[in-house]
Design a protein around this ligand. Structure first.
Ligand code: ZN
Length: 137
């Protein structure tokens, strides 16, 4: 039976659950980063990865919703920590504020870094090959 866990980032960041990685049958994990910013994302992600590095993982599906920054360092860390991952969903575009004015729109764009493409990888295929070749070949 597949086990799922869905929580906001403060559950991880605040240590409300000491070790998410101890849930041995957990296969589907979704964490919402709605309340995080560029300055707090790294510490939350580090706590999450540390939790799983101690205990191993069977996570098959990982979703990081509304994460402020998606970059190659994050992808690299995820591929190392979650070797059985079959599905990875990340989005930051829902953080964009289209509802007010251009100032708010520009502000919201300034608080996120949404993709290592095309600055670091030409396209999604190049990114996938480069990240996977670091660990599996
Ligand atoms: Zn506005």
């Amino acid at each position: 039976m597949q086990r799922s866990f869905i929580c906001p980032s403060h559950v991880v960041a605040g240590g409300l659950i000491k070790n998410i990685g101890s849930f041995v049958n957990l296969q589907d994990l979704k964490i919402s980063f709605t309340l995080e910013g560029l300055s707090t994302q790294d510490s939350v992600v580090r706590r999450l990865l540390d939790s799983f590095s101690r205990s191993g993982t069977n996570i098959r599906k990982l979703t990081l919703a509304e994460i402020p920054r998606i970059d190659s360092k994050l992808l690299d860390s995820l591929s190392l920590t979650f070797p059985h991952l079959e599905s990875l969903e990340m989005d930051s575009s829902r953080r964009i504020d289209f509802d007010c004015c251009t100032v708010c729109l520009e502000d919201s764009l300034g608080y996120m870094r949404h993709s290592p493409i095309p600055d670091y990888y030409a396209n999604t295929e190049k990114l996938a090959v480069d990240i996977s070749s670091l660990h599996y070949f």
